[in-house]
Design a binder for this molecule. Structure first.
Ligand SMILES: Cc1ncc(COP(=O)(O)O)c(C=O)c1O
Length: 426
């Protein structure tokens, strides 16, 4: 089923008309499809059904409690990178024994909180962190379960800010260092090796990087076993790419074909940490055109959403399909229709109101003629969109709604001017 589709000249979000939603809740407005969120989890489960699998949703992709709650209800655990994300998991009654904690800068306080919550494992990114976790665990009389985050030195064809598996990045430890860590773990009394972890990047569009990563992990696993260290979990990370454009990323089955046999061979239980795959195409951002301005040869469509609401185009050169909410298609992903210049089409830059030249959602984009007051939909806006939003230019953050069985429900109120200053002291 298509969750966002055009019918009779109108964009529907799981049956709710985008224009009605914008009317009721105002713009900019994030609209999520609950059934899309659930559908994505089930697709992954089906593709990876041969594994003893724990799906840990990467909270950083979209931290809204209502979104996390859907994944809790689907039986997911959570991949966290901060005490704040752990707080969110606890708030929704998530099972903290299904939480994995990554990140290169875990503070003592965060380690304490995670130990109190009895999380599944800490993904270790450095020797100092390993020693710190051992020390904090000792003070509490606990033994911390740890997974070594390996840096397999794999390059991935994605934006350089989203590649995390090569040696030049700050993430994980190289295989020689990891081998040395086995000796340290053996000596330390308050950490116990339970897993190996990799996460080599985000928006990975082909299965190959997973295959070459896991081949290296499997070799390292033998080193662990030679050292008589039992490894129960293999955490393969997240990173599965999505279609921002039509047919951009491989399907879950393709990723599974590379991953499943390799993990099965190890005899380990598997963790996946998908973020973008679960939420990316489960939401859109609705924005109202404020002005249409001619600037030299260019037509600028100036919206009420800006880079503070959705920074992916500015930060990662991210592409998002954009189309008026009141129009005859194209269906999301219909690239031919999107690119076709010609009758009843204009070529524009879609920009926001922020005082930054980089505040551009799309350059040189083909659209049907748009006028001031029109409603535009920015597609694929579920991941790293609201979660990376800010109050830059003193702009209150957008409202979020979730559609369940055709009915909208507000899951985050639009911020007010008062919210902007609530923590400030004069
Ligand atoms: C350790 C870790 N796991 C999982 C993810 C989720 O990645 P994605 O949203 O591409 O699936 C990230 C993203 O940065 C990450 O750093």
């Amino acid at each position: 089923m298509k969750h966002f589709e055009y019918r009779n000249g109108a964009l529907l979000c799981d049956g709710a008309a985008a224009t009605d939603l914008a009317e009721e809740y105002g713009t900019p407005l994030y609209v999520y499809s609950e059934s899309a969120l659930r559908g994505q989890v089930r697709k992954l489960r089906t593709a990876f059904r041969e594994l003893d699998l724990l799906i840990c949703y990467a909270v950083k992709a979209n931290f809204n409690l209502a979104v996390c709650d859907v994944f809790r209800d689907e039986g997911c655990g959570f991949d966290i990178v901060s005490g704040g994300e752990l707080f969110r998991v606890k708030k929704i009654g998530g099972d903290t024994r299904k939480v994995v904690f990554a990140g290169v800068g875990k503070t003592k306080a965060e380690i304490n909180e995670a130990l109190d919550a009895d999380i599944l494992m800490f993904n270790i990114e450095s020797e100092s962190e390993l020693r710190r976790i051992d020390q904090v665990a000792r003070e509490k009389g606990k033994v911390a379960p740890v997974a070594l985050r390996l840096n397999p030195d794999i390059s991935v064809n994605t934006h350089k800010y989203m590649a995390t598996g090569s040696r030049e990045t700050k993430f994980g430890v190289d295989l020689a260092t990891a081998t040395r860590f086995l000796g340290i773990i053996d000596e330390l009394r308050n950490v116990r090796l339970t897993g190996l972890h990799v996460h080599v990047g985000s928006q990975i569009e082909t299965p190959e990087p997973y295959a070459s990563t896991l081949d290296r992990v499997a070799a390292f696993l033998e080193t662990c076993r030679d050292a008589e260290m039992e490894v129960e979990w293999l955490d393969v990370g997240g990173g599965f790419g999505i279609d921002y454009r039509a047919d951009q990323a491989a399907a879950p089955d393709d990723f599974a074909r590379a991953i499943v046999p390799r993990v099965k061979k190890t005899g380990c239980r598997a963790v996946l940490e998908p973020g973008r795959f679960l939420v990316g195409n489960s939401a859109i951002l609705l924005t109202r055109v404020q002005y249409v301005k001619q600037q030299g040869d260019k037509t600028m469509v100036i919206c009420d959403a800006g880079m503070n609401d959705l920074i992916r185009p500015a930060l990662y050169d991210g592409y998002h399909q954009i189309w008026p909410a009141a129009a005859d298609g194209p269906m999301p992903g219909d690239q031919q229709a999107l690119n076709a210049d010609g009758e009843n089409r204009i070529r524009v830059d879609v920009v926001g109101p922020i005082c930054e030249t980089g505040d551009i959602f799309a350059s040189d984009r083909v659209l049907p003629p748009v006028e001031e007051g029109d409603l535009l939909a920015i597609f694929s806006a579920g991941a790293y969109s609201f979660s990376m939003s800010s109050n830059y230019n003193s702009r209150p953050r957008a409202c979020e709604v979730m559609i369940t069985d055709g009915a909208p429900r507000m899951i985050r109120e639009r911020e007010t001017y008062e919210d902007l200053i609530v923590n400030e002291i004069t």
